[in-house]
Design a binder for this molecule. Structure first.
Ligand code: SAT
Ligand code: MN
Length: 609
C-alpha cells in the first residue's frame, strides 16, 4: 500500500510540511491500516479507552470507586524500562560516554528500519502532537509521537499537553516550528482475522536516541518509560543534550513549594532514582504543625537561569506516573486522593472482585484478587498481587496539593536542591554541601540500591549520578562539567544550596532508622534553616551534618539511638566508599572534570585527617 491510499493521511489537521512528510514516510515504512490524528479531547479519551476495553487491554473500574478509570495488565515480560536496550546513538561514541549503550546512528537506523518495516500492519497509526511544559511558554517544547499503541495514546492524554492546542503551536506566524519526532511501534503487526493480544509487544526491544537530530525511535515495548516518548526519552535524554547546548539543566527531579508556619515560601527540587520516593516527597503531608508542601512536579525538572540570576524550574509533565505499591493513606494521602478523583490508568496492580484496585501496602488484602499476571490470587499464596513497578497514571490538575504556579511557564526559583539515594548504610540522613562544586561531587557520586523500575537485579548498590544514570543523553563526564559550569556562570549567592539525603538507612536489625514520609519535613526544615543561617551543623569530612538537637523532633516518636544512627558519619564506611568512587571515576574516563578528582582527593584527606 502506498501511503496515499492509507485512510487518514489526507485528513491531517495541519499544514506543517515537516510533520506531514515524516508522517507520510513513516506510514509508507510501517504500513498501518489507518492513520488517526490525536486531538487530546475528552471525547477522544472516551473513544480510546472504550476501544482499549473492547480489545481486552483495559478493564473499566467500578465507577463508584474509581470513576472513568481503568485497570491494565501488561505482558509479564514488558513491565519496566529496559536500560540494556536503551541507546544513545551520537555520531561520535565519545559523546555517549561510558555510561550509555552506543551504536553508530547509521548502523542503528539500518537495523531499526527493518524492524519498523510493516510493523504497524493491521493497526492504527496514531499521530500525537504534544507539548512538554506549559503551552504558553516563550519557546513551547514541542514533540510529536507516532505510535501504534492505543495504551500510549490514553497515557499521553494524562502525561502531556496533547493534541490540537499543541498542534496549533507547530506553526507560529506562518513559520514552521521545530519539534522532537518520536517514532514508536510495539512491533506486533496484526494479520487479517487474527485475534489481538491484550498487550501486544515484541521480545526484541530498542529504545534509541539520536541526540544530534533530536530524534527518538522506540521499538518492541509498550511500557511507560519505553513508550511514552515525551517522558524520559524527550524530557530527559534529548532535553539534557539541548540543555547542555543552550546552558540549562534537564533533571530527574521533583519540584515542590514549602511554606513555613511564618508564611515564608521556598522552592525545592530533589533528584532521587526511580522508585525512591520522589512522588511521596512532592506530595508530602508535613507532620510538623503549620508547615505546608505543595506539588509542582514529581519526576522531571527543567531548570533555566532567569534574568535575575536565579534557577527557575519547570515541570514538563502534565500527570504523575507513580509507583503504586507502598502508596496508601499513610505514606501518601495526596496521591490517594488524586487517583480517586478518576481519569486514571493503573498498570500491573491487582484488581478486586468489585472492580477496584489493590496493591501491596494499600491495606488489608481481600480474600480474592486478580493479580497483575491475571491469575487468581489469595493472601495465602506467596506471589505478589501487584508488580513492584506497577504504576498509577493520573492528572496533576486534580491533585489537591498542586501549587498554583505548577503551570507557570516562568517556573519557580529554587532555594535548594536535594540529591538522594537508597542506602542501608554509610550515607547520613542529610548532609549539606560545602559549596556548589562539592554539591556537584555529591551528585556525581550519588549511589543507590537498584529498584524494580528497571529490569535487572534489585537491591544492588550502583552509582547513579544526579539520579540520571539511565537518562543522561550524552557523556556523563561532560554532564558533570556542564553542572559545574552552570554554577560558575551564576551569582554564588543566587545558587540553590545542595543537600544529600538518605531516608533509607537501617540499623543492625535491618529496621529503618528514620521514619520517612511525612516526617521528612523535619529534614527539609533543617535545610531551609541552614539557608536562613539559623540551624546548627557539624562540619564532618563528607559535609555539614545536623547535630541531633538541630533536627526538630517535637512530637516525633523515635529513639534517640535511631536519630543518632540516622545522622552518624562513620569514617570507616566512608573510607570503604573511596575505591568505589575511584572506580566510578575511572569508568567515566577522560571526560571527567579534574575538579571531581580534586574533590575526591580532598574527601580522602579529610577522612584521613
Ligand atoms: O521511566 S518511567 O517513566 O517508566 C518511570 C521511571 O522509571 O522513573
Ligand atoms: Mn522517574
Amino acid at each position: 500500500m502506498t501511503a496515499t491510499t492509507i485512510p487518514g493521511l489526507d485528513s491531517a489537521p495541519t499544514t506543517h510540511q515537516g510533520l506531514l512528510t515524516w508522517v507520510r514516510e513513516t506510514a509508507e515504512l510501517t504500513q498501518p491500516a489507518r492513520i488517526e490524528w490525536v486531538d487530546g479531547s475528552p471525547e477522544e479519551w472516551t473513544r480510546i479507552t472504550d476501544l482499549l476495553v473492547d480489545n481486552g487491554t483495559f478493564v473499566r473500574l467500578n465507577d463508584a470507586k474509581k470513576p472513568n478509570s481503568f485497570w491494565c495488565a501488561s505482558d509479564p515480560t514488558d513491565v519496566a524500562r529496559v536500560e540494556d536496550r536503551t541507546f544513545i546513538c551520537s555520531r561520535d561514541p565519545k559523546d555517549a560516554g561510558a555510561t550509555n549503550n552506543w551504536m553508530d546512528p547509521d548502523d542503528m537506523k539500518a537495523i531499526m528500519v527493518e524492524r519498523f518495516r510493516d510493523s504497524m500492519r493491521g493497526r492504527t497509526m496514531y499521530v500525537l502532537p504534544y507539548c512538554m511544559g506549559p503551552l504558553d511558554a516563550d519557546e513551547p517544547m514541542l514533540g510529536a509521537e507516532i505510535t501504534d499503541s492505543a495504551y500510549v495514546v490514553a497515557s499521553m492524554h494524562i502525561m502531556t499537553r496533547l493534541g490540537s492546542k499543541a498542534l496549533e503551536l507547530f506553526t507560529k506566524d506562518g513559520v514552521e516550528q521545530t519539534f522532537v519526532p518520536g517514532l514508536h511501534s510495539i512491533g506486533a503487526p496484526l494479520e487479517a482475522g487474527a485475534k489481538d493480544a491484550a498487550w501486544p509487544c515484541n521480545d526484541t526491544k530498542y529504545i534509541v536516541h539520536f541526540p544530534e537530530e533530536r530524534l527518538i525511535w522506540s521499538y518492541g515495548s509498550g511500557y511507560g518509560g519505553n513508550a511514552l516518548l515525551g517522558k524520559k526519552c524527550y524530557s530527559l535524554r534529548i532535553a539534557s543534550v539541548k540543555a547542555r547546548d543552550e546552558g540549562w539543566l534537564a533533571e530527574h527531579m521533583l519540584i515542590a513549594k514549602v511554606t513555613s508556619p511564618e508564611g515564608v515560601e521556598k522552592y525545592i527540587a530533589a533528584a532521587f532514582p526511580s522508585a525512591c520516593g520522589k512522588t511521596n516527597l512532592a506530595m508530602l503531608e508535613p507532620t510538623l504543625p503549620g508547615w505546608k508542601v505543595e506539588t509542582i512536579g514529581d519526576d522531571i525538572a527543567w531548570i533555566r537561569i532567569g534574568e535575575d540570576g536565579r534557577f527557575y524550574a519547570v515541570n514538563p509533565e502534565n500527570g504523575f506516573f507513580g509507583v503504586a505499591p507502598g502508596t496508601d493513606y499513610h505514606t501518601n494521602p495526596n496521591a490517594m486522593r488524586t487517583i480517586e478523583k478518576g481519569g486514571s490508568i493503573f498498570t500491573n496492580v491487582a484488581l478486586t472482585d468489585d472492580g477496584d484496585i489493590w496493591w501491596e501496602g494499600i491495606g488489608e488484602a481481600p480474600d480474592h484478587l486478580t493479580s497483575w499476571k491475571q491469575q487468581d490470587w489469595s493472601p495465602e499464596g506467596s506471589e505478589l498481587a501487584a508488580h513492584p513497578n506497577s504504576r498509577y497514571c493520573t492528572p496533576i490538575h486534580q491533585c489537591d496539593t498542586r501549587a498554583p504556579e505548577w503551570d507557570d511557564p516562568k517556573g519557580v526559583p529554587l532555594d535548594a536542591i536535594f540529591f538522594g539515594g537508597r542506602r542501608r548504610d554509610t550515607v547520613p540522613l542529610v548532609t549539606e554541601a560545602r559549596d556548589w562544586q562539592h554539591g556537584v561531587f555529591m551528585g556525581a557520586t550519588l549511589s543507590s540500591e537498584t529498584t524494580a523500575a528497571a529490569t535487572g537485579a534489585v537491591g544492588v548498590v550502583r552509582r547513579d549520578p544526579m539520579a540520571m544514570l539511565p537518562f543522561i543523553g550524552y557523556n556523563a563526564g561532560d554532564y558533570f562539567a556542564h553542572w559545574i559550569a552552570t554554577g560558575k556562570g551564576a551569582d554564588a549567592d543566587k545558587l540553590p544550596k545542595i543537600f544529600y539525603v538518605n531516608w533509607f538507612r537501617r540499623d543492625e536489625n535491618g529496621a529503618f532508622t528514620w521514619p520517612g514520609f511525612g516526617e521528612n519535613i523535619r529534614v527539609i526544615k533543617w535545610a531551609l534553616e541552614r539557608i536562613a543561617g539559623t540551624a546548627a551543623a557539624v562540619d564532618t569530612p563528607i559535609g555539614r551534618v545536623p547535630t541531633p538537637e538541630a533536627i526538630d523532633t517535637d512530637g516525633l516518636d523515635m529513639s534517640d539511638e535511631h536519630l543518632r544512627a540516622s545522622l552518624a558519619v562513620d569514617v570507616e564506611e566512608w573510607r570503604a566508599e573511596l575505591p568505589l568512587i575511584e572506580e566510578w571515576f575511572d569508568k567515566i574516563g577522560a571526560a571527567l572534570p579534574s575538579t571531581m578528582r580534586d574533590e575526591l582527593a580532598a574527601l580522602r584527606q579529610r577522612l584521613d585527617g
